[in-house]
Design a protein around this ligand. Structure first.
Ligand SMILES: Cc1ncc(COP(=O)(O)O)c(C=O)c1O
Length: 450
């Protein structure tokens, strides 16, 4: 059963708005915290609500208002907030053993066996970490160790985290000018705004062939890995055409480089498959998991093909927190819930429900330029004009704030609105949240375009 009673939420009585939003306590607490905390995300800056608790698909703020959650934190709590199986697993080890460096524990052994049983192909060499970024960084080190090469290809608008190697795989505004030598970026398919001004399928996925040209013309031929998000999350749920990833596999093989799929955001059923790469039946050499892996507990992994096991023995996996017993318990419980509650199927079903409603919004509204998604990873792109496709950032900001003030917690990205509902959401609640989005777009469109 995907939806157990613990998460039952009555769509008819949600959301619950008791104060103006953000409420008085939220405003006070956020102001006090902001005195010291610097660099908030736009998600918070645009709507500084202060949450008190979460249960299933709802979040309650410090003023007692209850929100429908279309954000899962930030693509994290796919099983809903505080899934009892995960919370109990963490609480158990919080009392029994919190940390013992990288010694094997029984719960770690069980997690490793479970994880190895669900990965694609021969991805069985595992290192455990405590953030997506550190897992990505480990993947970069592993690619260098496995190939003896040092260069990397990544893609426009991909996001891989905030340490030196990870930001080096990102475009300038995400890398904050800190790209290390040896990192090269290639354009990536974004069919709504093709970087080559071509049209799919007549383009014959030229963007994939272009990666080959980047390797030949820009690198010194020492490419350790091609690094990519299978579906771009931060950039706005941008799904590549079906040929792109299988073609990349061939290009990587041709250059004796590894294919590194960063699945920190797309893993653990969010796209309707345990791993997004399964959609294209393409096994990478390296992958990373995070976010939904521990459903809120910080636990991540770098996983590499076992044929490189020996080469990466040199890459020490130990860290202060990676693979601690609470983390392993959270991850094991989360995978078990995904299996027990058939959440891959559930995510795929929700994806269809969302897309159907979003397609209608695209027909109905002048400012909805594109809608897209796979499973519970979705986006609505707002434009000033459907012909020019000019990004409509003001509308993006206003629709985000308007819907939030009506009780919907979700995620903005400039003119793109990102939706990542928990996979346990029932249909009625999904429709209720989508009603709020529809209403908010209608109001903002009238306000801005008349
Ligand atoms: C694809 C991808 N990789 C890596 C990261 C970094 O993960 P973390 O924020 O846990 O360090 C993110 C975070 O959003 C991500 O989306």
């Amino acid at each position: 059963m995907y939806s157990k009673n613990w998460a039952k939420a009555d769509a008819k009585s949600l959301p619950v708005i008791k104060t103006e939003l953000p409420g008085p306590k939220s405003r006070e607490y956020h102001q006090r915290a902001s005195r010291y905390m610097k660099g908030y995300s736009s998600q918070v800056r645009l709507f500084p609500v202060v949450f008190h608790s979460g249960k299933g698909c709802t979040l309650t703020d410090v003023d007692g208002n209850v929100f429908i959650d279309f954000s899962s934190g930030i693509y994290v709590t796919g099983l809903g907030h505080c899934h009892p199986k995960v919370s109990e697993a963490v609480a158990h080890y919080a009392k029994q053993l919190m940390n013992c460096h990288d010694f094997t524990t029984e719960i770690k052994m069980k997690l490793l066996e479970k994880l190895a049983s669900i990965t694609m192909g021969d991805l069985k060499g595992i290192q455990l970490y405590d953030s997506g970024t550190t897992a990505v960084e480990a993947g970069l080190r592993a690619a260098r160790a496995a190939t003896g090469k040092f260069e990397f290809i990544s893609f426009w608008r991909d996001f891989h985290g905030k340490t030196m190697g990870a930001v080096s795989c990102a475009i300038v505004d995400r890398s904050q000018g800190m790209r290390a030598p040896g990192f090269f970026l290639a354009p990536r398919p974004y069919c709504y705004r093709c970087p080559f001004n071509m049209k799919y399928p007549e383009c014959n996925t030229y963007c994939a062939d272009f990666v080959d040209k980047v390797i030949t013309n820009e690198t010194t031929g020492q490419v350790a890995a091609i690094v990519l998000e299978p579906i771009q999350g931060w950039a706005g749920s941008i799904i590549p055409p079906d040929e792109f990833i299988p073609k990349l596999r061939k290009i990587a093989d041709k250059h004796k480089a590894l294919l590194f799929a960063d699945e920190v955001l797309t893993c653990m059923a969010r796209t309707g498959k345990m791993f997004a790469m399964e959609h294209w039946n393409t096994t990478p050499d390296i992958t990373t998991v995070g976010k939904g892996f521990g459903n809120g507990f910080p636990v991540t992994a770098m996983i590499i093909s076992e044929k490189f096991g020996e080469a990466i023995e040199k890459i020490s996996a130990s860290s202060s927190y990676g693979g601690n017993p609470m983390a392993c318990a959270a991850a094991l419980a989360s995978i078990e819930v995904i299996e027990e509650e058939n959440l891959c199927e559930r995510a795929a079903h929700l994806g269809e429900l969302f897309l159907k409603r979003m397609e209608k919004m695209k027909e109905e509204f002048r400012i909805v330029g594109d809608v897209r998604g796979k499973g519970c990873l979705l986006a609505i792109e707002l434009v000033r004009d459907k012909n020019t496709k000019e990004p409509f950032e003001e509308a993006g900001r206003k629709v985000y704030q308007r819907a939030f003030s009506k009780g919907l917690a979700w995620v903005p990205a400039g003119h793109i609105l990102r939706l990542s509902p928990p996979m346990i959401m029932d249909d009625d609640l999904a429709h209720k949240g989508l009603d709020i989005i529809e209403e908010s777009i209608a109001e903002v469109e009238r306000e801005l375009l008349g």
